[in-house]
Design a protein around this ligand. Sequence first.
Ligand code: NAG
Ligand code: NAG
Ligand code: NAG
Ligand code: NAG
Ligand code: NAG
Length: 406
Amino acid sequence: MCGIIGSVVILCVGAILVVVSCLVTFIAIPSLIENFVINSVVLLEDTIQMERFEDVPFYLNFSVTIFNISNPNEVLNGGVAAVDESGPYVYRLYQGRNVSGLEDDLITYRKTEYFEFDAEASYPYTEDDIVTIINVPYHAIIQIAERNFPELMSVLPLAMNGIFGQYNNPIMNVRAGDLVIDKIPMCTRPGIIGTIACAAIREMASTADNIEVQDDGSVTFSILANKHNVASPKYEVYRGLTEPRNLGIIRHFDGLPYFNYWTDEEGEDGEVIKSRCNDINGTDSGIFPPLLNRNNNLYAINTDICRSVELRFQGEVEFEDIPAYRYSANEWFLDNDDGCFCLNTTAGITQENGCLFKGAMELYSCVGKCHLYCIILLFCFGTASPLSICCIDRLQCSGNVLLLFI
Ligand SMILES: *[C@@H]1O[C@H](CO)[C@@H](O)[C@H](O)[C@H]1NC(C)=O
Ligand SMILES: *[C@@H]1O[C@H](CO)[C@@H](O)[C@H](O)[C@H]1NC(C)=O
Ligand SMILES: *[C@@H]1O[C@H](CO)[C@@H](O)[C@H](O)[C@H]1NC(C)=O
Ligand SMILES: *[C@@H]1O[C@H](CO)[C@@H](O)[C@H](O)[C@H]1NC(C)=O
Ligand SMILES: *[C@@H]1O[C@H](CO)[C@@H](O)[C@H](O)[C@H]1NC(C)=O
């Protein structure tokens, strides 16, 4: 009897121990860790994470690859361009956030970015390399003139030299550093006819991110200068205090809960139905919420391409001995089955339905309202970038996004 009771008791104690240890391993410890994780990421004032949020303590590698035309003379005679990838030209991208408001569960800030050329990581490429590319501003000016000032077209050739100086050619040889960030000058000595054209260019500059008016009235063009040391539009995001899984999720960007770049639909009685392309999903791509579930996708917005990007779980990795999940965006993010990313403004590389071929994105509404012509650049983020964007089977690159400024 005793023996039986004894063994039942032992069994019970054993079972309780098992239950207790199960609770400890499967419930208690994870929730301790969960709380620890939550407390070390949500955006409370005067915490290390807030400091990290405001002044990101590491830089990202921002790589730019330029397509260098190797047969410029053939292209000028109507041939198809043959291009070599030149680069990557690696820039250290330092990021910060200038916080202007904390209110309940929301934080308001502008992002700031600062680029610095990394000569070592770029070796053997240097900022002084001369690359041969399509002369983007040149084609933009001609298209604008054709559309808006057809009466000027006959005299335009006389003005082009004054506008473009040494870059007065449909294809330009340009210093890589000037193209990317140091700015290509235009309208420095416009002459009489050029003055009119330059006035039009200055006007265009107000809607085109890549064109900037200088104090002396001249105009500059570059790919990144408009981001360098310039505050972004305002972000309003969740601090994660009431729901940690919302940490960093954008509520409003530039004052709105959606983008306005892409094609919306019209309802039956004429009201506008926001298309999914204009969704603002996820975070600013520099912060992600905790407690991820690998079955759920992440989203972040990428302001270079004016849209949300879907990131999917790719596998388990280790970062400095800490197990981690790797998420990335692959070609799926260019899926455009419902067509709302089609703007129908770009000709020449379109499918029958008017949309661009898969792998290309039309950035007409994103980069600025002026018609910038076909410069192809690959922006590659470093491997440790929170947003590793991949693309485009036809160009056989990975870790990149193809940008067509058209
Ligand atoms: C940037 O590149 C350098 C050198 O190529 C590398 O040591 C560093 O880890 C990279 N940083 C990131 C954040 O990818
Ligand atoms: C770009 O191509 C031209 C030939 O078209 C060549 O002279 C030049 O060295 C190339 N530049 C780079 C950086 O590879
Ligand atoms: C942050 O924003 C304020 C107000 O807009 C501005 O005065 C200040 O210079 C900014 N600080 C930084 C570090 O950019
Ligand atoms: C935004 O997220 C929703 C699901 O939450 C998804 O259906 C939609 O396609 C996403 N939009 C973009 C542009 O990725
Ligand atoms: C683009 O063109 C296609 C085919 O002509 C049409 O179905 C689509 O509605 C157009 N989209 C826009 C935004 O105009």
